[in-house]
Ligand binder design. Sequence first.
Ligand code: ADP
Ligand code: MG
Length: 235
Amino acid sequence: MSNEIIKVNKVKKVFRMGEERIVVINNLSLEIEKGKTYCMLGKSGSGKSTLLNLMAGLDKPTKGEIIFNGQHIEKMNENQLADFRQKYLGFVFQSYNLLSTLTALENVTLPLIFRKVDKKEREEKAMEMLEAVGLADRANHKPSEMSGGQQQRVSIARAFINDPKVIFADEPTGNLDTKTTYEMMDLIMGLVRKNKQTLLMVTHDLEVSDYCERIVHLSDGKVEEIIENNNVIQR
Ligand code: ADP
Ligand code: MG
């Protein structure tokens, strides 16, 4: 398939816990098509986060290949992986992962600091992103001075500021109430559609998975089935 952005080829991931070996991803193959939205769905412990981390170059497979845009990321060293992530990926985590000593604006500028964008341009772009997520009036607040939903908005602004090719989101609504969950999903999906990005998300929440075009059911480190969602939630 020429329109694929990520190819996971016969990947195995084994964790060692003392004497014990746990096979978390078991000879898994998966193709991710550019510009589509995917949700990994499965029970706790089924390997969703591990698979996401492998595709994002945050973890290395024990065996097998992960090819991103033609590049074998399983062969990259830590420096190459860090560059690769900064260049192509955006991340949204369940626990927001904001730096507590920095303001919302400063947190959002971080990916641009790594890209050596100058301060004025960084702050202008970060402010635009904060406006896009509806938080312009909280630019100078620290994470502890914001609600969970507001912190997640900041982390969404940070994830999208570099216009990444792929957005990775691991249980992005896991710590949020129902109303905020839908607000956050509407926001993420609106940005992904506008920018024509690829989204790879993990959830154990069936309703949240309905925001994605393809639902990848995982069980015991294997793809059980991939469902085409003909009723994508869109607001
Ligand atoms: P999910 O996200 O679907 O809940 P995970 O991918 O986090 O599942 O974990 C799958 C399994 O792998 C679990 O049994 C977990 O305990 C194990 N596991 C995950 N990360 C590690 C690790 N760093 N060391 C050892 N075991 C791990
Ligand atoms: Mg998980």
